[in-house]
Design a protein around this ligand. Structure first.
Ligand code: GLC
Length: 631
């Protein structure tokens, strides 16, 4: 059974963590920012070069390496736990990461992140073989750890767009903003296929539908990795979390939730629902795959040789490398050395340790010397890691791969934000529109805006934004709240008033309630009760009591149980977690863009329905998968 508490140190210490740039003008009449170029360097017409490109160089390097250097390549430490930066060359570390709250001491500014990456990469010049570090981070909806980055809609909203070209462009822009800090590896796309939206990571999934996840996951990988992984604007993608992270049963996860739980399903369901997106990811040339915390029928994924080696590496022909999740190997066995033995022999190639890297290296070295892990397994793991580093041009380059700071000029640019705004427009799903309440008029005398999330950028961006869990309020500069966007959209003669609780609406021509979920991530988002919170219900009641028409905008990571709010609303729009570009919400509310979004998840009437899927008997949701109205 998974641990009753996360196997990590307390959250604070543990996390102490373009292309077809669209010619948007054709979509938005009169939308000035819409015209964006199609920068040549953004676009890839083909999938990335095969990872086998220069196997001879890999062979040569492998033949020169000592056991210590090979084990070092398989070790990923979190920069916040480096006991001494010189441990990079002392242990010939292959990789560093920044987990959810593992930030530069100087703060989360662009320069601080760029300096941090360069400082660590410079240590590899002191290594015997000078093999550069792979530096990984969770850029899951833009370069979301860095202040001022464009924050795109989370994957749930991208799933509602159904737009592969847009998703690929978003990944290309994200890659460019990640590269601006020197970093060249993102732990995304999450190609989970959530089957129960009580799971806190549902918003990291594109959809409950494996084909849609496969399509958008592959598009994301091509956007990140571009025509070739050697492209200076490409970054290494990671399909995660292998396998069936979205298929666990409630009660089997952390603290009785779903996260990191047990997927109690047969192999046919496992393959049909959860493996499908990985076949697409491998075909798209993904260079890394992250192994999941969860179990399948009681066996930890990180120790499942059949799925890691037989299925993924042999049957699907995955040529890149497998990386564990954060201390994921630790969960396999109470004895760390035994846990390492089981995971490496199952097919794990790189271990996200992230703190006990000295012990990890000692144990793995001993395991090889004791014959408990064969050198052939070590060589296969290191070959895969070097293959990706060679394909990325990290190995064999004349100079250290330091950051290209000219990219700072386009970081968080209006051009990038225009694409994010288009993504917001396309992600909104219109669920109700009584008597054509929407689109709203821009010239009425007074609009009253209400709700806890109307003027709250952090509630728009959700988890994995600047910090691991995200936070309410002004989390990052350069964003636009829904309230600010509405104020910008209406005519100069229109008064816009605001109250968080819906008071003061009487006499207005129209009310807009912006409600939903506060930010969360991972197991802290597991929720057995998906009802709207009482503050939101009270806000809508107050607006109805004022006798004005009410449009509800729901900012949430998943479908929620709407209850009386659906009856009271004259119009209702699911806006998911749209990110920094709130103007995209106003574009739809005022009709500058007609809603085209379609539900990526079934919308249940009641929480009890969440585990009844399409095709199951009794499938009778409030709104079915694929539902969405327009004007
Ligand atoms: C986390 C998440 C994974 C993330 C990793 C590194 O625990 O499960 O999605 O990529 O750690 O932050």
């Amino acid at each position: 059974m998974p641990p009753t508490t996360p196997s990590r140190p307390p959250r604070r210490s543990r996390w102490s963590r373009v292309g077809g740039l669209l010619a948007l003008g054709s979509l938005i009449p009169g939308c000035a920012a819409a015209q964006v170029a199609h920068p040549a360097h953004h676009r890839a017409a083909r999938s990335p070069a095969p990872l086998l490109a220069r196997e001879g160089l890999v062979d040569t390097l492998l033949s020169q390496m000592t056991l210590a250097e090979k084990v070092g390549q398989m070790t990923q430490a979190d920069q916040e736990f480096l006991k001494d930066p010189a441990d990079i060359e002392r242990y010939a570390l292959g990789s560093l990461l920044s987990g959810g709250n593992s930030d530069p001491k100087e703060g989360n500014g662009l320069a601080a992140w760029t300096d941090l990456y360069d400082r660590y990469q410079q240590h590899t010049a002191n290594m015997r073989l000078k093999i550069p570090l792979l530096y990984g981070i969770d850029a899951v909806h833009g370069h979301n750890n860095v202040l001022g980055a464009v924050i795109f809609p989370h994957n749930v909203g991208l799933g509602a767009t159904r737009d592969s070209a847009l998703v690929r462009t978003i990944a290309a822009i994200t890659a460019q903003e990640v590269r601006a800090t020197g970093i060249h590896w993102t732990f995304t796309p999450c190609v989970c296929v959530p089957q129960d939206v009580r799971w806190g990571r549902s918003y990291e999934g594109f959809s409950e539908d494996p084909e849609l996840v496969a399509r958008l996951g592959a598009a994301t990988i091509r956007g990140f990795q571009g025509r070739s992984l050697r492209d200076p604007l490409s970054i290494l993608a990671t399909a995660k979390h292998y396998l069936a992270d979205g298929g666990t049963a409630i009660g089997t996860g952390i603290r009785g939730g779903l996260d990191q739980g047990d997927a109690q399903i047969d192999e046919q369901t496992l393959r049909r629902v959860h493996l499908r997106p990985y076949a697409a990811a491998v075909a798209a040339g993904v260079g890394s795959i992250m192994v999941s915390y969860n179990s399948w029928n009681g066996v930890k994924m990180s120790a499942n040789r059949h799925l890691l080696t037989d299925v993924l590496k042999q049957e699907l022909g995955f040529q890149g490398f497998l990386v564990s999740d954060y201390r994921g190997v630790n969960q396999i066995d109470p004895d760390y050395k035994t846990a390492i033995e089981k995971s490496i022999n199952a097919g794990m190639d790189m271990v996200m340790v992230p703190d006990t890297y000295r012990e990890f290296i000692g144990h793995l070295t001993d395991l090889v010397n004791e014959g408990r892990v064969p050198m052939s397994r070590i060589d296969d793991a290191v070959r895969r890691i070097l293959r990706v580093k060679v394909a990325m041009g990290l190995v064999g380059a004349e100079r250290l791969p330091l950051a290209d700071r000219t990219l700072h000029r386009s970081f968080g640019s209006a051009e990038h934000r225009a694409v994010a705004r288009q993504a917001v427009r396309e992600s909104l799903v219109l669920l109700k529109n009584r008597a054509r309440t929407l689109p709203l008029s821009k010239t009425v005398a007074r609009l009253h805006v209400a709700g806890k999330s109307a003027d709250n950028l952090g509630n728009q961006t959700g988890g994995w934004t600047i910090s691991w869990q995200g936070a309410g309020g002004d989390v990052t500069p350069g964003g636009t709240t829904v309230l600010a966007a509405i104020k910008r959209a209406v005519s100069p003669h229109t008064t816009v008033t605001f109250s968080a609780d819906g008071s003061g609406a009487a006499g207005a021509d129209m009310a807009i309630a912006v409600i939903g979920e506060p930010p969360y991530a991972e197991m802290l988002g597991d929720n057995s009760d998906l009802a709207l919170d009482s503050a939101d219900i009270a806000t809508v009641r107050n607006l109805k009591a004022a006798g004005v028409p009410v449009a509800v905008v729901l900012l949430s990571g998943r479908p929620l149980i709407l209850g009386e709010v659906l009856d009271q609303a004259d119009a209702l729009v699911a806006a998911w977690l749209p990110g920094t570009e709130g103007d995209g919400v106003a574009d739809v509310l005022f009709g500058a863009y007609r809603p085209t979004g379609k539900l990526p998840y079934t919308w249940p009437r009641a929480t009890a329905q969440v585990s009844i899927h399409r095709g199951d008997r009794g499938y009778d949701p409030l709104f079915p998968f694929g539902f969405g109205l327009t004007y």
